[in-house]
Design a protein around this ligand. Structure first.
Ligand code: ARG
Length: 564
């Protein structure tokens, strides 16, 4: 039931055609505090038409309106405040959540349209950075939101697995590397070779020559070069897979940059056909002055293609393969210009679907307010962060609930969940500071707090011997404390809609914190298990809270242990 519509209908009737229904609907506000009712209608916009003071209009509305379905309707200054009938409203919402379960909040926005999401996309032979973590967890949550709103997400890991750096890596490996070393610790060893290469090529420029030669061999399909490249890719991917396993993230495609090698010529000829390529100092560019953008560099002097050329090929491939409704790129905001250029070039090529491409940017993770920097030693290694978070969670559980069953599993769920939640509770464009102790706290605005609230709801239901709820029963609650929880539960579908349309998982994370807080307040003020005629209704409320918290966490990619 759309309560906003109920209010609108009542107003439209009493105002008798002086204002259109959709206008009334738009004007309705949600008051800041429940004391001002559930909806408020401002009368000022009517003053001109009705030639009356807004206060007067508000009073007249209250005198003449049909109060059916409301607890009360009052005029406060120029506002008309509507209080919903708590008994009916609570019965309806609880009924809905109890019968729909985890499907509560499902809705059709996408009509089944497919949406490739370019996400995570770390670079082979380098450690996965905190930026890649952000892309992974934001992309994963957006995928779940899209599924809930009837889109078909396709998660693509556009691995950085091609480029001249592989020439350097092969050269470095041939000079200083060994198979056993790489096998034992692939990412760190490969990184070490690469860093050493950059140190030594300062005094030995011939190394660069050699590296270029190796990359040329790789491009020409030389057996040894291709073998090494494949091996590095595989070893790196294995270690990335470990992290994805811990985070619980899966991909539908690992087509990285190399996948487009045989698709580059076509892109270049398409650009030629549209007379878009211009020569500039020996390189081939597309001029984007009319978009106020720097030219897109398509081909270097030596004929090598660039990052954007590959992204053009990838965008076209995705359109052909998935016939997408939208195509998303969850990539840090430092690449905003790159994606503007990408869209502009596609649009110049006459590909009108370029409007369906959306860059979903996000801010930086800082430490002590400073940018992370490998050179300054401010690095955060993802694997360490996850390990440490799990250890901290273990300590907290040992202190709070030493007899917990499955302690280790729960510590994993809490530690990893805390890291994911901390990332997602911030609006994605905001930079945020990383402080592990803060992340894993059981109180405050943290993932463990929401998980803990969910576990508390589950434990109340266990204490009540997991009651069966009858879908024909009316579970009515009319007290103030439950009202706050019920109105929060009622907004969940709107929250999902907003989070999806804004590509903003933080909307769900913040919501889950508010719901958890309202529930904990309810729990502190109410004897839920006392035997009276409302006991089952209160338990229906607890069950609904558990359902919605669980579903919120699931949409964020965070697990919800039943006990902790
Ligand atoms: N590998 C790139 C990096 O680490 C991100 C790739 C993003 N995706 C894309 N289609 N350009 O910066």
């Amino acid at each position: 039931m759309d309560y906003k519509k109920l209010v609108t209908d009542a107003l439209v009737k009493v105002l008798d055609g002086q204002i259109a229904a959709d206008k009334v609907y738009q004007l309705l506000e949600k008051p800041k505090s429940l004391e001002l009712g559930d909806y408020a209608f401002p009368a000022f916009p009517l003053a001109k038409v009705m030639h009356k003071a807004p206060q007067m209009i508000a009073t007249e509305i209250v005198e003449n309106i049909n109060q059916d379905g409301f607890q009360k309707i009052e005029a406060v200054g120029p506002y008309v405040n509507f209080f919903l009938d708590k008994s009916n409203f609570s019965a309806e919402i609880l009924h809905q959540v109890i019968t729909e379960g985890s499907k509560y909040g499902d809705q059709n926005i996408g009509n089944g349209g497919s949406v490739p999401i370019d996400m995570s996309s770390p670079n082979i032979a380098k450690p996965m950075s905190m930026g890649h973590l952000r892309s992974t967890v934001i992309g994963n949550s957006i995928a779940k939101l899209l599924e809930k709103t009837n889109y078909e997400p396709i998660k693509i890991n556009h691995l950085g697995d091609w480029g001249t750096q592989f020439g350097k890596l092969i050269e470095a490996y041939k000079l200083w590397g060994s198979e056993e070393e790489v096998k034992a610790d692939p990412i760190n060893k490969l990184l070490e070779y690469y860093v050493r290469f950059h140190k030594e090529d300062v005094d030995h420029p011939e190394l660069d020559e050699e590296a270029r030669a190796w990359f040329k061999k790789l491009e020409d399909n030389d057996e040894e070069a291709v073998h090494l490249w494949k091996w590095f890719r595989e070893e790196s991917l294995k270690s990335f897979m470990k992290i994805y396993g811990v985070l619980g993230v899966e991909f539908d495609s690992y087509n990285g940059e190399a996948f487009y090698n045989d698709k580059m010529d076509e892109v270049v000829s398409m650009l030629e056909e549209h007379h878009l390529l211009k020569e500039s100092q020996g390189a081939q560019i597309v001029d984007l002055e009319k978009y106020n953008l720097n030219p897109a560099l398509i081909k270097k002097t030596d004929g090598a293609t660039l990052y954007i050329t590959r992204d053009l090929a990838a965008a076209i491939y995705r359109k052909r393969t998935y016939d997408f409704a939208q195509s998303l790129y969850v990539v840090g905001n430092e690449q905003t210009n790159h994606f503007k250029q990408l869209k502009a070039v596609l649009s110049e090529m006459g590909e009108d679907w370029s409007d369906d491409i959306h860059h979903i940017p996000f801010g930086l993770i800082t430490q002590g307010g400073k940018k992370l920097s490998t050179r300054a030693g401010r690095v955060i290694l993802l694997e360490e962060v996850l390990d440490d978070a799990v250890k901290l969670a273990e300590e907290q559980i040992a202190a709070k609930n030493p007899n917990l069953k499955n302690k280790e599993k729960v510590a994993d769920q809490v530690g990893v969940g805390a890291v994911i939640f901390h990332d997602l509770k911030n609006e994605r464009m905001n930079n945020f500071d990383f402080d592990l102790e803060e992340v894993v706290r059981f109180e405050g605005e943290t993932g463990p707090y929401v998980q803990y609230s969910h576990a508390r709801a589950m434990s109340i239901l266990r204490k009540a011997n997991n009651p069966e709820f009858d879908s024909k029963m009316k579970y009515q609650l009319a007290d103030e404390d439950s009202w706050e929880v019920i109105t929060k539960i009622a907004t969940f579908p709107d929250i999902i809609k907003r989070a999806t349309e804004e590509y903003e998982p933080s909307v769900v994370a913040k919501y889950s914190l508010h719901l958890a807080k309202a529930f904990n307040k309810y729990y502190a003020h109410t004897k839920i298990l006392v035997e009276d005629e409302n006991k089952l209704a209160r338990l229906a409320l607890v069950k609904s809270v558990a359902t919605v918290l669980n579903e919120s966490l699931r949409l964020l990619g965070v697990q919800a242990p039943e006990e902790m």
